[in-house]
Design a protein around this ligand. Structure first.
Ligand code: ATP
Ligand code: MG
Length: 478
């Protein structure tokens, strides 16, 4: 069956099956993305959920505002109350509000998308009696589930209500990409979507996860490798289909540390590689690039400190979508031919965050500050070469930016307060750092790919460990 079969008669199925090559309109994206910044980190929902991990809990008190919002949503979509029982708000980002809801008609459909169904075949009903009709959940939910439904484990979905001011092209792009990425165990699949006038909602399986801030400081190197393996599994699948996620960050990778599983969400900024792209020098042969740079240098003279008052050069336009602190250097240098490697840089930032126990690691207000932060670590010399790759100059007189910068080992020892004690990184940490260098290579052409990452000893060895662990669990289960 196709994934729109769930759409009730009165709602529009907003998408017909697979027109897989439609490109997004970058000019429409440029506006909001220029201002796009990280949000959603302070959302309480995930914390509530993770503090008790109780998928069957009904102790989900919601404030009046949320209650009102949920009622409006139920009203906007005819027949919704028979399909979903809205429970609470679990996320509010720049482009959407996300609610947790019970899937009341789960058993009526083909659920081949359900990545959890084998691990959750049945569970006993909750000890307390089924919620009485005076709970908020029942007023939202409408009809009482039947006896069978009470006996099976309840099924939850995440309802992503996309902000009505989002451009239709952008909404369609997100849904199409999700549709194309179905069948990957580490990418959160799209179950269905509804539209009512200008309101679109996407229905995704609810994935239990913990707030990154609650666990990243306690992660061992081995935990980190397992986390990254899960993330790179998703990315290798996404990149293999020539899709850039563009917004890799902890809130978009929902990870459950107890099950050591994660899923990648939020394809709101994702795009197909090559969309609205003009050739950039970084893809040229190094010799050709050098001669082009030399010619430009001879024509314009040596670079001066400061900036020209009347800059006659044409403005450079490039997609800068993403979250501050996680943007790759080529995005900051406005590379016009960005690749899937921008996502690898963002994973590198996550790894640096975990190893240094600092979140957020980069905390810039804008792109210039972001460049300064990166330059402080990598030094002027390497930053200059990185800029030249894209035909840019990088010059600074900021005294704290040294010529050669600092090693990542040193940064990690500093931020974990070990530099004064003369302590060194553990052998495991050293392997992690060697991998980190491959993710945080300023040159996207040399940066590791997701597929190579899965073969790197840092992730490969841990996968052997994990295999042994799983085998042990299988034996226990027999
Ligand atoms: N399938 C899901 N299961 C559980 N929680 C989810 C799911 N999808 C989203 N969420 C929660 O909602 C939050 C926001 O979702 P998402 O990132 O898709 O929206 P967004 O509006 O694009 O957010 P942002 O602008 O912050 O990136 C997530 O960080 C997560 O906490
Ligand atoms: Mg998000």
């Amino acid at each position: 069956m196709n994934w729109f079969d769930r759409a009730p008669d009165k709602c529009f199925a907003i998408h017909e099956d697979a027109s897989s090559t439609q490109d997004t309109d970058m000019s429409e994206q440029a506006g909001p993305e220029d201002d796009y910044e990280e949000t959603g980190e302070g959302i309480e929902g995930a914390d509530d959920e993770d503090s008790d991990y109780s998928d069957s809990s009904d102790d989900n008190a919601v404030d009046d505002n949320t209650q009102h919002e949920m009622e409006n949503l139920q009203r906007a979509f005819h027949g919704f109350t028979n399909m979903y029982r809205l429970i609470k708000r679990i996320g509010e980002g720049t482009f959407s509000t996300v609610y947790k809801a019970e899937d009341l008609r789960y058993d009526h459909y083909d659920n081949s998308w359900d990545i959890e169904k084998d691990s959750e075949k049945w569970s006993p009903p909750p000890l307390k009696s089924y919620p009485s009709t005076n709970t908020s959940s029942m007023t939202m939910g409408g009809s009482l589930p039947d006896f069978d439904q009470r006996r099976r484990k309840r099924k939850y979905v995440a309802i992503k209500k996309i902000t009505v001011t989002s451009s239709p092209t952008r909404i369609l792009n997100e849904l199409e990409l999700l549709h194309d990425l179905r069948n990957c165990p580490s990418v959160c699949p799209l179950i269905t979507a509804f539209r009512s006038t200008d309101q679109v909602v996407a229905i995704l399986p609810y994935f239990r996860h913990a707030d990154f801030r609650t666990y990243f400081r306690n992660m061992t190197v081995s935990d980190t490798a397992i986390y990254l393996r899960s993330l790179f599994t998703a990315l290798s699948f996404v990149h293999d289909r020539n899709i850039l996620h563009r917004d890799i960050k902890p809130t978009n990778f929902l990870y459950d540390p107890s099950r050591r599983r994660g899923v990648l969400v939020d394809f709101g900024l994702a795009e197909r590689e090559g969309t609205d792209c003009k050739s950039c020098m970084c893809h040229d042969d190094p010799l050709l690039r050098k001669s082009r740079l030399r010619a430009a240098h001879d024509a314009n003279g040596a670079p001066h400190n400061g900036y020209p008052k009347q800059d006659t050069r044409p403005a450079r336009r490039a997609n800068r979508a993403g979250t501050r602190g996680f943007r790759a250097p080529e995005v900051l240098f406005k590379c016009t031919e960005q690749t899937t490697k921008i996502d690898i840089w963002s994973v590198g930032v996550i790894l640096l965050t975990i190893l240094s126990r600092r979140f957020p690691f980069f905390n810039s207000a804008d792109d210039v500050e972001a460049m300064i932060e990166i330059a402080t670590i990598f030094g002027q010399k390497r930053m200059r070469s990185a800029a030249q790759l894209h035909g840019c100059m990088f010059e600074t007189t900021i005294p704290t930016i040294g010529t050669t910068g600092f090693s990542l080992e040193r940064i990690i020892l500093w931020s974990t307060c070990r530099s004064d004690t003369g302590e060194e990184l553990t052998p495991d940490e050293k392997t992690a750092v060697s991998f980190l260098y491959r993710c945080l290579d300023l040159d996207p052409g040399r940066r590791i790919s997701a597929e190579e990452a899965l073969r790197h000893e840092f992730l490969r060895e841990r996968s052997v460990d994990l295999g042994a662990e799983e085998e042990e669990m299988d034996i226990l289960a027999v």
